[in-house]
Design a protein around this ligand. Structure first.
Ligand SMILES: NC(=O)c1ccc[n+]([C@@H]2O[C@H](COP(=O)([O-])OP(=O)(O)OC[C@H]3O[C@@H](n4cnc5c(N)ncnc54)[C@H](OP(=O)(O)O)[C@@H]3O)[C@@H](O)[C@H]2O)c1
Length: 301
């Protein structure tokens, strides 16, 4: 018997991989996307039923949730998180969805400096009050940051980020999607639990740059930036204030060790070792050029 799952944020980093894996497992998938574009066409090409809409639209989300057994909730850093979470939770409950896997983050806590991290914590507590089984994911920084902080420098590049000498074990979106898929497939062992998710090895950014240099066979260095310089640069590039406030809060958290740590949850849940920084960099070797989306070095040129 086929089973149906709803994936929100379906064109995003973890969402798209989750749609693909659920389809590979033979499940029906409703891919809730923000807009129709080439990314949503790719999901339709995998056999997903694509629904375009806004996650704040109660009627649209409830309609999408009907007939689904489980739902993956993923929403970007945006001030509407609480409204979106309430909308998705009510829709899932009304539609009789049995389990919700919720993308949160490792910095989510009651007293977080980042407004978005605090909203993540509140969203978790909101979901906990609903009758469906809830599983919260609290990953450390995604490996994508290595691309986002990149700026070309001569024949190589510089990783310019305000993370001081802090450490973390970068985790890939694909590895997280394997976790999400396993949980949707068999939620019972995970119901009511919160998982911190890490890649295989904790590193600081000087060590990460050394790995990048080796794998890319180009000089790469880490430049620890001042936070106010980065924030001014990001605001100057037109990034929303809510996102930049979050960036400030998590950079301080990162320096204080909130994103540090390792763990074997990915291996335990999926049966696969998570992807190393070496393999992530090798896979994305052609994407390390130009200026990353959170890079501020060289933007005045
Ligand atoms: N990046 C990290 O290192 C990190 C670490 C830990 C946790 N997280 C968590 O990961 C989550 C995902 O964030 P992300 O920025 O990486 O995003 P993402 O999952 O890559 O993309 C967000 C997705 O949501 C869609 N979306 C945006 N607004 C929507 C709306 N109103 N209605 C329907 N769909 C909408 C976007 O579609 P469009 O692109 O078409 O707008 C996109 O497909 C966040 O909760 C974040 O806290 C991230």
């Amino acid at each position: 018997m086929t089973r149906r799952f709803v994936v929100t944020g379906a064109t995003g980093k973890t969402g798209a991989h989750t749609v693909r894996l659920l389809r590979e497992h033979g499940h029906e998938v409703t891919a809730f996307v923000h807009r129709h574009d080439e990314r949503s066409e790719a999901l339709a090409g995998l056999g997903a039923d694509v629904v375009a809409g806004d996650l704040r639209d109660l009627a649209a989300v409830t309609a999408a949730a009907r007939g689904a057994e489980g739902l993956y909730l993923c929403y970007p850093i945006d001030s509407a998180r609480i409204e979106v979470t309430a909308t998705v939770a009510q829709s899932a409950a009304d539609a009789g969805v049995a389990s919700v896997v919720n993308m949160s983050q490792i910095s989510a806590r009651r007293d977080a400096v980042s407004n978005a991290a605090r909203q993540h914590w509140l969203a978790e507590r909101l979901l906990d009050r609903y009758p469906f089984a809830t599983i919260h994911l609290r990953p450390t920084f995604f490996a994508d940051w290595l691309l986002w902080g990149w700026t070309d420098e001569g024949a190589g590049g510089v990783l310019g980020l305000p993370f001081g000498a802090g450490r973390h074990a970068p985790i890939t979106s694909a590895d997280q999607a394997r976790v999400i898929t396993a949980m949707l497939d068999d939620p019972a062992p995970h119901a009511g639990r919160t998982y911190r998710l890490f890649g295989p090895r904790e590193l600081d950014h000087t060590e990460i740059a050394a790995i990048m240099s080796r794998v890319l066979d180009r000089p790469v260095r880490y430049e620890p930036l001042e936070l106010d310089v980065v924030c001014a640069g990001l605001l100057g590039r037109g990034l929303p204030g809510h996102l930049v406030q979050h960036f400030t809060g998590v950079a301080l958290d990162y320096r204080a060790g909130v994103f540090a740590g390792t763990g074997d949850a990915v291996q335990q849940i999926t049966g696969h070792e998570p992807t190393s920084v070496e393999d992530f960099v090798a896979t994305h070797r052609h994407n390390f050029h130009g200026t990353g989306q959170f890079a501020v070095l060289g933007q005045e040129n």
